[in-house]
Design a protein around this ligand. Structure first.
Ligand SMILES: Cc1ncc(C[n+]2csc(CCOP(=O)(O)OP(=O)(O)O)c2C)c(N)n1
Length: 321
């Protein structure tokens, strides 16, 4: 059932982009959009695998666009599961592998989950919480494009305040989403897992090293990766990496890790760029620049700054979360 013993990649930690291995375990030719941030995240993370690996993939863009029968982009054993239970299925696979390893003295297999923000922040949260609490050995990756993109850009718990989606449309009634984004890593860290982190596709060395570091740590680990979405965020496909970088440079998406409860900010942003630089190229935020919606823009800026200050305080105090 497991298979994939042909995977022999032993990627050392990388120092520069030049060290990133050329070998792809996530093959090109899939149907994800040109400029899809999730495709870049998956491609990079799969370069960090350290040997035989099983991928569990929740329903979402990555699943539908990489497994168009009779083709597949996955060069490792791959299981597509329902939207809500990827962490539960991964728990079972992880335990089965443990027993097989013991019985047959087989090589270690890693289990990696890829799930979108809808499948993680909302619908799969219960299964994720259970898996984290039980302590199964797995790496859970949330690729966060900040809405249910595959089904037509519906708002999720990861959609930021003020963003226009098809279920939080900016217009006469509301100026985009009315609620703030959930703090996924905060929720994960509250389970006292050994390792949780955020990462960005604009910083591939940090992303790959975090994936590899997480795989080396026994137990449940979670990576939260912001992945810009061309049709959902409404920007030209050539701007994906630029926007991913601006998300970090404006403090919109802080890049940090929580190791045994202690916060470390990996990319210090001492002089943040104005948040507008990240928001303006995206048409999902276009209405925030109308005078009548200035208060929403201010509220979003405040939320971003409050989040950054909170992380800085946690890092400086050394208090565990
Ligand atoms: C229980 C359940 N509800 C709804 C759906 C329909 N559905 C399939 S994919 C999807 C959106 C997935 O969103 P997300 O997890 O954010 O991934 P993305 O599409 O953005 O990659 C939805 C609503 C489903 N498959 N199962």
């Amino acid at each position: 059932m497991v298979g994939g013993e042909n995977v022999t990649a032993q990627v050392p930690f990388v120092k520069t982009p030049k060290d990133i291995p050329r070998e792809d375990w996530f093959a090109p030719g899939h149907r994800l959009c040109a400029g899809c941030g999730a495709a870049i995240a998956v491609k990079l993370i799969m370069k960090a695998i350290r040997g035989p690996t099983v991928v569990v993939n929740a329903t979402g863009c990555v699943e539908v666009a990489t497994t168009c029968y009779p083709y597949t982009s996955w060069k490792v054993p791959y299981v597509h599961v329902a939207f809500e239970n990827s962490a539960a299925v991964a728990s079972g696979i992880s335990e089965a592998i443990k027993i097989l390893n013991k019985k047959r003295g087989k090589k270690l297999h890693d289990v990696i989950v890829f799930a979108g923000d809808g499948g993680t922040f909302d619908i799969g949260l219960q299964a994720l919480s259970g898996a984290l609490e039980r302590g199964h050995d797995m790496l859970y990756i949330c690729y966060d494009n900040e809405a249910y993109m595959n089904t037509g850009i519906q708002r999720s718990g990861a959609t930021p305040l003020g963003a226009s989606t098809t279920t939080s449309p900016a217009g006469k009634v509301i100026p985009g989403k009315q609620q703030r984004k959930k703090d996924l890593i905060g929720i994960v860290a509250a389970h006292r897992v050994p390792y949780a982190a955020t990462a960005s596709i604009a910083y591939p060395v940090d992303l790959i090293n975090k994936a590899r570091k997480a795989l080396e740590i026994p137990g449940p680990k979670v990576l939260h990766v912001l992945t810009p979405c061309v049709p959902g965020w409404r920007y030209p496909p050539s701007d994906t990496i630029k926007l991913a970088r601006l998300a970090v440079e404006t403090r919109y998406f802080p890049v940090y890790e929580v190791e045994n409860g202690r916060v470390k900010i990996n990319i210090k942003v001492s002089k943040p760029k104005p948040l507008e630089e990240f928001l303006k190229p995206q048409r999902r935020f276009a209405h925030l620049f109308k005078p009548e919606n200035a208060h929403v823009l201010e509220a979003l800026k405040k939320a971003v700054e409050e989040n950054w200050e909170r992380l800085v305080k946690l890092e400086e105090s050394g208090v565990t979360i």
